[in-house]
Write a protein that binds this ligand. Structure first.
Ligand code: SF4
Ligand code: SF4
Length: 189
């Protein structure tokens, strides 16, 4: 199947002003997920094609080109995959998609059902929202659900989410489910 490029501008627009809580959740933790660690190695991968949302002249970003084969991505991912580290606070409207969707993550069941869950990946800091399973704004959950439904139309991204989901299940990690999104009847397995 040919790779479909996601309309990132649309997803950035939907999430531009979205926040997980009505108040700034950064007040709960001193914005710990935005603080560089002592070696300044914290960062995130971009989704395929998301690099087009940046000029490469952002003075708050450091870029790395990584080989997806060496970084445990599915075989469908082409070289390179971009990994970015923010070296100072970003202009919020330009933050990458991963920051907009956090602290939720997708989990795909084998029948194609999409679960939105609190992130279960190891993080070098504690996010109070994840720790306390704080109820999040419904419009934030709606926006994240919309983004994931769009992102999963790109086969490379759905391969990655499937891989992470099987891994999570193998580890016996019981995700905390925030929303269940059934697949359209035509895509039920
Ligand atoms: S770590 Fe969690 S609570 Fe703190 S700013 Fe990030 S998302 Fe909000
Ligand atoms: S890009 Fe912005 S929102 Fe994302 S971690 Fe860095 S400072 Fe925080």
């Amino acid at each position: 199947m040919s790779a479909k490029i996601v309309n990132y501008q649309k997803l950035y627009n939907i999430t531009e002003n979205m926040t997980p809580l009505a108040d700034d959740c950064g007040k709960l933790c001193g914005k710990i997920c935005c603080r560089p660690d002592k070696n300044n190695t914290l960062g995130m991968y971009l989704y395929p094609g998301e690099e087009e949302m940046f000029t490469r002249e952002e003075d708050w970003l450091r870029w790395e080109r990584r080989n997806p084969g060496e970084d445990d991505f599915p075989a469908s991912w082409n070289n390179p995959v971009y990994f970015i580290c923010c070296t100072k606070p970003c202009p919020r409207k330009h933050r990458p998609l991963n920051c907009r969707l956090f602290p939720l993550a997708p989990h795909l069941l084998k029948d194609g059902t999409l679960l939105l869950i609190y992130e279960t990946l190891y993080l070098p800091y504690t996010c109070p929202l994840i720790k306390r399973k704080t109820p999040l704004r419904q419009d934030f959950i709606d926006a994240v659900a919309h983004c994931w439904q769009e992102l999963l139309t790109d086969r490379r991204i759905s391969d990655l989410v499937e891989m992470d989901s099987r891994e999570r299940e193998k580890e016996g990690n019981q995700p905390f489910i925030v929303r269940i999104i059934l697949p359209p009847l035509s895509r039920r397995r």
